[in-house]
Design a protein around this ligand. Structure first.
Ligand code: FAD
Length: 303
């Protein structure tokens, strides 16, 4: 439940708010029950006021990026889901090679901006359907590149409303992990450092990355990308396939026929279906190979 006071702040701060909003509309899996309020926040000041009120009133809040790495419970999410829009979607050239991206900027927009400025190094991110904030939180990566390779600094808002900044190693990046992974901080913006490269070369690298994705990934079905982290010394997809799990389903959730590391939603999959399928895959792979598959997808919500 959202209090009248919180509602007033949301309205007065000109946020776009949707009450009793199905999270299935905001996740790439197209799964998830309702949240009390889905709120697009446009400025740091509005964000600060909303979080302060949530803390005061013990209302849960969750900051979402583009929802491409989330499995939201069928019972939804209590409280408020905050999406960063407005000022957080701005992208600027700070100096010759440094780009500042608001955390709500999509990786696609960042890649295109970099290409148009003839700056290379971000091509690996082309095709990852997340935001810059989500990519830093997760240390997203693909085809030999990771966000950690290009991030030089980031600014955040902590739970007490203080703005902080971290640089370089302070991000504590490792495989699908960052300084932010265990914190309830909101990433505000991120500076990435790139290097001069011809637009042509960047364009063809981006094309190549996208071609590989189209060839290998089930992009025509809702999913959250690779469900499992890569276990040391193995590939999750190969293990799953070798265990005979390709195409196995629970309800409308299915281990993709095209890429066994993906679980796809064939229409009406529930979060519970996906969770059961994940458990099944983990159990069979552990039994047959001894390898424990750890989830990369984040579970959020009431159950
Ligand atoms: C088809 C497909 C392909 C994919 N390919 C890849 C790939 O190649 N490599 C890869 O790494 N991932 C991949 N993913 C997964 C996903 O796109 C990445 O993990 C991405 O970085 C998630 O970003 P997001 O904005 O969608 O974050 P969300 O899924 O919305 O959130 C993920 C986490 O980040 C947190 N978060 C988001 N924004 C902020 C913020 N501003 N401040 C604080 N916390 C924040 C959320 O609270 C949540 O805990 C793929 C997904 C799909 C659907």
């Amino acid at each position: 439940m959202i209090s009248e006071k919180l509602k007033d702040i949301i309205i007065n701060e000109d946020c776009n708010a949707y009450f009793d909003e199905p999270m299935s509309l905001h996740t790439s899996f197209r799964i998830g029950g309702k949240t009390d309020c889905f709120c697009e926040v446009n400025t740091v000041e509005s964000l600060r006021k909303i979080i302060a009120c949530c803390r005061e009133e013990n209302t849960d809040y969750f900051v979402i990026g583009l929802g491409s790495n989330l499995l939201v419970s069928d019972d939804g999410l209590d409280g408020i889901v905050i999406k960063l829009g407005g000022d957080f979607e701005e992208i600027t050239l700070e100096d010759d090679c440094t780009i500042r991206c608001g955390a709500g900027v999509s990786l696609a927009k960042m890649c295109l901006f970099a290409k148009n400025k003839a700056l290379g190094g971000a091509e690996f991110a082309w095709g990852i359907p997340g935001s810059v904030g989500g990519a830093v939180y997760m240390n997203a990566g693909a085809y030999g590149g990771e966000i950690k390779d290009i991030v030089v600094s980031s600014r955040y808002l902590d739970e007490n409303g203080n703005i902080g900044e971290i640089t370089g190693d302070q991000h504590d990046f490792s495989y699908r992990h960052s300084f932010y992974s265990e914190k309830k901080y909101t990433i505000l913006d991120v500076c990435v450092k790139l290097s001069p490269k011809s637009k042509n070369e960047i364009f063809y690298l981006m094309q190549d990355t996208m071609d590989k994705r189209k060839k290998k990934q089930p992009l025509n079905r809702p999913s959250a990308g690779s469900v499992f982290k890569r276990p040391e010394g193995y590939y999750a997809a190969a293990l799953i396939e070798d265990c005979g799990l390709k195409g196995v389903s629970v309800g409308d959730a299915q281990v993709s026929e095209k890429h066994s590391g993906f679980i796809v939603n064939n229409g009406r999959a529930k979060a519970e279906d996906v969770k059961s399928l994940i458990r099944k895959v983990q159990d069979v792979v552990k039994d047959k190979t001894g390898v424990e598959l750890e989830c990369e997808v984040r579970f959020v919500g009431n159950k």
